[in-house]
Write a protein that binds this ligand. Structure first.
Ligand SMILES: O=C(O)CCC(=O)C(=O)O
Ligand SMILES: [Fe+2]
Length: 395
């Protein structure tokens, strides 16, 4: 890989001196917790073609289909037009509802268009996020996520990973965004925080709208879960992910396979592509075709429990490539209330699958278990005798 490719999207003027980079890289090898920083990435981009050992994934986790190689394994997620839910056209609404429900029961993923989130605001927010990731490492480290903390700057979110993610991430809520932005731009944080706060607020509103649609899709009144999502109980956070060019994409992952532990996720991504979804029946990872005017909605563990397993929280990961950087913004929509599957969803054939639990309880372990393909939700809160013996097929 040439230097000119490597510095694309980072801006040569923002790179710290090579000595600083090398010192950071040496430190990285010693650190196995979430405080690992990304100086290693930058040093690779400066120096050439080899992936440092800390990023090399175990053999069984390495991707075979990533953007550098042609692959047939691609899925174009059904796109649901959200305006159909406000229209008086009954059949169009019913069709949109059925697409939505079916996708959440099988792939656990869908995309929504005409979603009401302002495009100019989204682009402004993306530009601010690019500006953040282009800051020198020494500045970004001022906002470093400390071990066990949720928010701030870092590479790995899940603890105890066998290898580092080939990514940088910055995670905030609308309440602490200013505080974290001020660590990067002490006197000029408003430019970043005002865009990001407005963006989170709009995506949170979208989260409430799709929550009501999905609730209706379960056969409940749309407002059934409203009491769990009061202003006090609703929480939304935004994880911004930047995936730099990778010299050896066949050995790395941008984000290790995981299920989102929250209620649901609304993801906006650029046109690069890299998100993959696990298809259990086919035993394959499928590339998701990117569509920039959409939000990808995926079911999280809390919604899987709240729907008594009807909507599925599905394993996904991010692959990287050698020729185009990628930016994604994942908004996690959640509740701190204890959710339990509504009695209306329970039958003798389909009894309650999960013990009630709160996010406060789940968060303690949600980001620690990292190996295997098993559902952490099933393991921690599943009522074992009520879980299906074999997982349902993904069609
Ligand atoms: O970058 C992506 O496409 C996915 C991000 C993701 O899965 C996450 O942040 O949980
Ligand atoms: Fe995720």
């Amino acid at each position: 890989m040439s230097l000119s490719m490597g510095t694309q999207g980072l801006g040569p003027s923002t790179l710290p001196p090579a000595t600083e980079l090398l010192a950071s890289l040496a430190n990285i090898a010693q650190r196995t917790d979430s405080t690992i920083t990304n100086a290693g990435l930058l040093s690779v981009l400066l120096q050439g073609s080899k992936l440092p050992e800390v990023y090399v994934q175990p053999e069984q986790d390495r991707p075979t289909n990533y953007p550098d190689v042609q692959s047939e394994l691609e899925v174009e997620l059904p796109a649901v037009d959200l305006t159909a839910f406000n229209s008086l056209d009954g059949p169009a609404r019913a069709e949109a509802m059925s697409k939505m429900v079916q996708a959440c029961e099988t792939w656990g993923f869908i995309q929504v268009i005409n979603h009401g989130v302002d495009l100019d605001l989204t682009e402004k927010c993306e530009a601010e996020v690019h500006r953040l990731f282009q800051l020198p490492v020494s500045i970004k480290e001022n906002a470093l996520r400390v071990p066990g903390a949720l928010y701030g700057y870092g590479a790995n979110f899940w603890l105890n990973l066998p290898a580092m993610n080939w990514a940088e991430s910055f995670h905030v809520t609308k309440h602490n965004c200013k505080e974290y932005a001020a660590k990067l731009w002490p006197s000029d944080y408003e430019r970043f925080s005002s865009s990001v706060e407005k963006y989170i607020a709009q995506v949170e509103d979208l989260g409430h709208r799709v929550r009501r649609i999905l609730t209706e899709g379960l056969g409940l009144t749309p407002d059934y879960f409203d009491p769990y999502f009061t202003e006090k109980d609703t929480s939304s956070s935004l994880r911004m992910n930047f995936y730099p060019l990778c010299p050896e994409p066949s050995k790395a992952l941008g984000l290790k396979a995981h299920r989102d532990p929250h209620f649901l996720t609304l993801l906006h991504q650029d046109a690069t592509g890299g998100l993959q979804i696990w298809n259990e029946r086919k035993d394959e990872w499928f590339n998701v075709k990117p569509r920039v005017d959409s939000f990808i909605l995926n079911v999280g563990d809390v919604l899987q429990a709240a729907s008594n397993g009807r909507y599925r929280s599905v394993l996904h990961r991010v692959v990287v490539n050698s020729y185009k950087t990628r930016l994604s913004m994942a908004c996690f929509f959640n509740t701190s209330a204890t959710i339990v599957a509504p009695p209306q969803l329970l039958t003798p054939e389909n009894p309650q699958r999960y013990r009630p639990f709160s996010w406060k309880e789940y968060i303690r372990t949600a980001y620690t278990v990292t190996t295997g393909k098993d559902s952490q939700l099933d393991e921690l809160y599943g009522i074992q005798e009520n879980l299906p013996k074999q997982r349902e097929d993904q069609r």
